[in-house]
Design a protein around this ligand. Structure first.
Ligand SMILES: NC(=O)c1ccc[n+]([C@@H]2O[C@H](COP(=O)([O-])OP(=O)(O)OC[C@H]3O[C@@H](n4cnc5c(N)ncnc54)[C@H](O)[C@@H]3O)[C@@H](O)[C@H]2O)c1
Ligand SMILES: [Zn+2]
Length: 358
């Protein structure tokens, strides 16, 4: 069990704490008398009761509200429904919303916490690897609109984040690898030693080391966000793999989940970096090897990008009409704000068979 303190509005992170003891952290009067647990139906079925009971034992009045699992629930309509339930439950500004679930739940729960009564107490209990290492960390909240993801949101730090690794034991393989893609990303952008650690293990053997990789990933992300909370500069490096990743995710309609698309995006962006003389081929080789070890896709030759340019036009990281990339210089160091011409990418994509290393 470990407590990590941050400079982000006093948000702290409890890692390796059991769910059944979360109530102890909410006992204090400053969390109010009422606790609204927001969760999704899958998570509620497995962990709803234990969290609810623990918070009740702390003397709070508890209301548990379930949304449907999945990205579709991260909507403006659902935010309104949640706010309505908070009002009916009589939540006041001093009371607390506990978001129990994956990134969908923490994103919408955080968003509602930030706007209901101009901001009430917010606590995250992330239960997916992706949420534990990424979505719940850093204070970005958001919901989707029918024409785009995360188009409404806020920067709002939760009071604390409470992580129980045991929740990962019920998480399906496809969800685990989504989180692992972001974990690998942290090694590439910021920490060669951490990357070497990941090189030493593999999908099976890393399970016993979740505590280490989660703590390390959180520290890397927090370190970056503390320097650039509002996404004005450095935070951009967290987008490594994501510019191409988004294009791959959208253009292959459902074939790759976010983590898989980011894995392929990291390969593609590193390949571009090599072609531009920014990094050596060895970097690409090492990234491909690690992705293989963690059951993530890496073979770009199998990826269809019908019209890369068209998909990237919608990318919100585009500034002044140019495509901006974060490219590795070596493992542990990236260069941000690299502008690349669409035509160059399309040309390189066509040559990929010839240049492929494995
Ligand atoms: N705010 C940020 O900075 C940030 C960063 C990255 C991603 N995100 C957001 O996070 C979301 C994705 O999060 P996610 O990958 O956690 O998806 P998710 O919340 O949809 O969870 C994935 C699935 O796993 C189930 N699940 C959750 N915990 C479980 C457990 N312990 N055991 C069994 N099943 C469990 C859920 O019910 C769901 O079906 C996206 O909406 C994305 O935009 C936000
Ligand atoms: Zn991501």
């Amino acid at each position: 069990m470990k407590k990590i303190k941050t400079k982000l509005d006093g948000c702290c992170i409890y890692i390796g704490y059991p769910l059944e003891r979360i109530g102890e952290k909410l006992k204090d009067k400053k969390f109010g008398e009422k606790v609204f647990i927001l969760t999704d139906k899958n998570v509620s079925r497995i962990y709803g009761k234990v969290v609810e009971e623990s918070i009740k034992r702390a003397g709070k009045e508890v209301f548990l509200f379930e949304i449907e699992p999945g990205e579709g629930s991260k909507s403006f309509e659902n935010s309104y429904r949640i706010i309505k339930e908070c009002s009916k439950f009589g939540m006041e500004r001093i009371d607390t919303i506990v978001s129990l679930g994956g990134g969908v739940v923490t994103d919408i729960g955080g968003f509602v916490s930030s706007i209901y009564l101009r901001g009430i107490n917010s606590v995250y209990v992330p239960t997916t690897l992706l949420a534990q290492v990424d979505a719940a960390i850093g204070g970005k909240t958001g919901v989707n609109l029918p024409w785009g993801k995360n188009l409404i949101g806020s920067f709002y730090q939760p009071n604390f984040i409470y992580i129980d690794f045991e929740t990962l034991s019920t998480l399906p393989h496809s969800e685990i690898i989504q989180g692992l893609a972001e974990v690998i990303k942290y090694g590439v952008i910021k920490d060669e030693e951490f990357f070497e650690f990941l090189e030493k293990f593999d999908y099976e053997s890393i399970r016993k080391r979740y505590n280490y990789i989660i703590e390390k990933s959180i520290k890397i992300k927090i370190g970056i966000v503390e320097k650039d909370e509002k996404e004005e500069g450095l935070r951009e490096i967290l987008n490594f793999g994501h510019t191409l990743g988004h294009a791959i995710e959208i253009s292959n309609l459902g074939k790759y989940n976010h983590g898989e698309a980011v894995a392929l995006g990291m390969v593609g962006e590193t390949y571009l970096s090599c072609e531009m003389g920014i990094c050596k081929k060895d970097v690409l080789k090492r990234i491909i090897n690690v992705l293989k070890k963690y059951h993530l896709p890496y073979d770009l030759r199998k990826v269809k990008i019908m019209d890369i340019g068209e998909f990237m036009d919608y990318d919100k990281k585009r500034r002044f009409g140019k495509l901006r990339f974060v490219l590795p210089e070596r493992i542990g160091k990236v260069r941000r704000g690299v502008e690349i011409d669409k035509d160059f990418i399309v040309k390189k994509w066509k040559e990929i068979d010839k240049l492929w290393i494995d």
